[in-house]
Design a protein around this ligand. Structure first.
Ligand SMILES: [Zn+2]
Length: 353
């Protein structure tokens, strides 16, 4: 059974006028999921706040102390992009706690899979720094919670159009957490080059495919089939977490990619198939970015289909050959493959088992 988190606490994280990371994003996803009869296909899981122990696994004590002194009940900015309002602290704690709750319940078999419609997003938040609309790294907190609950290996797939610098930093030298990202590159936040493959103890446990602006469905699917799927198979995760931004959608105002509903459907179906094969279907999707409301609705709807479809009704898995990708995407994929095979990466991943 799919467990899902959807709550007005995430709407009460108010945005300054004109800010793209705004409450209407959650409302748009909620309406799209309701139209797809989410309630008939899953079980709602109550929000809960992340505990101090959960937060302390991935964020520094002095950073957390600063946040809890500054943010609750107040309004302001933590960097040029990252605002907070009186409802922000409850939303941030609920986002991290609820993704962790889904992850641990899925790991324990109490739920089959999970979907968390949360904000603020998390993947830019570093160990000691808020950044890019993110205060707490929700998916990182959940990955660490799953590890603490007994998962030997957790994979994070980040298909948000921006590189998840925070998640990468937090697990940089940890061979038990695989961080994979497909993103527009070069682009905000500047990280995510193909030769960023992890620290000395975890070479190959960070995988970055930086696609050129203008990349679309075939480029994303080729990157998944050529790079991410084989690396997930080698890693053999106990749980897959998805940092699901939908800002690679062709209508998104912040980025320049061309992914359609079709592309998100096929990408999500690929993750589902791998989760079914590698870890008994244990996967949890958490919302990150996505700033066109119709694009968000399309992406979230396509992802829900992959979460709930009977396995014989999943979107086509017809493999996309490298030759079907654009020349720029082919180059990018090739650079990542060379970085991964050149650095002794497979050895480090093997040592994690
Ligand atoms: Zn993003």
């Amino acid at each position: 059974m799919l467990g899902y988190v959807l709550d007005d606490v995430f709407i009460h994280h108010l945005a300054p006028s004109g800010h793209p990371e705004r409450p209407a994003r959650v409302a748009a996803v909620r309406d799209a999921l309701a139209a797809a009869n989410l309630a008939g296909h899953g079980q709602q899981v109550a929000i809960r706040a992340a505990t101090d122990d959960e937060l302390g696994r991935v964020h520094g004590a002095s950073y957390l102390a600063t946040l809890s002194r500054t943010v609750p009940g107040a309004s302001g900015w933590l960097d040029g992009d990252t605002y907070y309002s009186p409802g922000t602290w409850d939303a941030a704690l609920a986002a991290a706690g609820s993704v962790s709750e889904l992850a641990t319940q899925v790991l324990a078999g109490a739920l089959g899979s999970g979907l968390a419609v949360v904000r603020p997003p998390g993947h830019h938040a570093e160990r000691d720094r808020a950044m890019g609309f993110c205060l707490i790294n929700n998916v990182a907190v959940a990955a660490a919670a799953a590890r603490a609950a007994g998962a030997a290996r957790v994979a994070i797939l980040d298909w948000d159009v921006h590189h998840g610098n925070g998640t990468q930093q937090i697990f940089w030298d940890d061979p038990t957490v695989l961080y994979q990202s497909i993103h527009q590159f070069p682009f905000y936040p500047g990280t995510g080059a193909p030769d960023e493959i992890g620290g000395p103890a975890a070479l190959g446990a960070t995988v970055n495919v930086g696609l050129p602006a203008g990349s679309g469905d075939r480029d994303y699917l080729a990157a998944f089939d050529e790079v991410l799927a084989p690396s997930l198979e080698r890693f053999r995760p106990d749980l897959i977490l998805v940092s699901a931004g939908f800002d690679a959608h062709r209508a998104d105002p912040l980025a320049s990619m061309q992914v359609s509903r079709y592309g998100f459907a096929r990408l999500a179906a690929r993750v589902r198939r791998l989760a079914d094969r590698l870890c008994a279907g244990r996967w949890v999707v958490a919302l990150e970015g996505g700033y066109d409301l119709a694009g968000l609705a399309e992406g979230a709807g396509a992802t829900l289909e992959a979460l709930i479809a009977p396995s014989d009704q999943l979107a086509s898995a017809a493999e996309v050959a490298l030759a079907d990708a654009s020349p720029g995407a082919q180059r990018a994929i090739g650079e990542t493959l060379r970085a991964l095979t050149g650095g002794g990466a497979a050895v480090a991943l093997g040592a994690a088992r």
